[in-house]
Design a protein around this ligand. Sequence first.
Ligand code: NAD
Ligand code: UDP
Length: 346
Amino acid sequence: MDEAHSAPKVLVTGGAGYIGSHTVLELLGAGYRVMVLDNLSNSNAESLRRVAELSGKPAPLVVGDIRDQSLVRDLLAREQIQAVLHFAGLKAVGESVEQPLSYYDNNVGGTTALLECLAEAGVRAMVFSSSATVYGDPRHVPIPVDAPIAPANPYGQTKAMIEQILADLVHSDPRWAVAILRYFNPVGAHPSGRIGEDPRGIPNNLMPYVSQVAVGRLAELAVFGGDYPTLDGTGVRDYIHVVDLARGHVAALARVLARPGAFTVNLGTGRGYSVLEITRAFEGASGRQVPYRIVGRRPGDIAQCYADASLALQLLDWQAELGLEAMCADTWRWQSDNPQGYRETS
Ligand code: NAD
Ligand code: UDP
């Protein structure tokens, strides 16, 4: 696709965040025009300034909330939007257990408010950020996309509910085109080291925690459980490089722009790594020690989780290409170049 004015314009909700910013960069690289809507509740506008600098193209941001229907209506009336990539949402499992109402309001209420505005404006194409969390504790690994849905916490419930709302919407009006992407564990950063994951406070997730230990911001990693039925007793997950994930969105967008209907795919690599394998790989990539201590299991955690991502290859001609070494090396470049994340801008 060339730079022509006729290139499709897409709205990216939550596009200033971790996965959204990497996807905006890939979308611009693929020739799309982009408009971001983000309330900056968990992100920094600096991410999009850097995306614009990396791509040499504008990545305009409207600071606002997906629940603000008058703002969204105005935006849709002003801009010729053809599809929406919907990343905006709250994503911390523990917080969702403590504050379920804010998760249902922001994620489910926010999505229905957004969908109403899109339906009114006749924008009927969406790529939605779902999660492997919808599977809960899977009966089998690798997890196929038709495995039972059994989320174990309010965050996962919001994703399952939104999936159902989208399925009902497509059923009610077959002009809609919807892609539901269930991400496994996104990690890594753009290889430039300019954009990456910038969690507020102490990270909940493994990779940002390990990288903050390696850079000296945190003293040691607490490994949650050493007695799981896995190769070394620690939890196994399917880590996927955020650049691969972002490319999966570009592939899904092409499909929703081309044909109506709904589809759901897993986006993962199809292979799992244990906490200790991640720690060792990160030490190799960073040349730093990552001291750790094995502690009790984290409530609600499962032993292992990895994807059967074959449907994504079949439907989207997409598969993950970047391995664990790139995931760790790119995380380390981002972390060591930006030890305080976007707060230390240059
Ligand atoms: P993130 O927090 O970095 O990005 C989410 C963005 O949405 C943030 O920029 C935030 O400011 C914005 N936002 C939140 N509520 C909003 C609202 N009401 N209106 C406007 N903007 C709002 O998170 P991320 O890791 O980039 O995740 C993006 C999406 O992918 C989320 O929906 C998340 O649930 C989903 N997901 C993430 C993971 C993961 O491990 N990171 C895994 C599976 C699914
Ligand atoms: N984990 C850990 N210490 C941490 C954070 C995570 O041992 O400080 C483990 C966790 O128990 C799981 C794996 O790392 O086995 C991935 O956890 P994360 O929170 O990143 O993803 P999720 O559990 O949501 O898949």
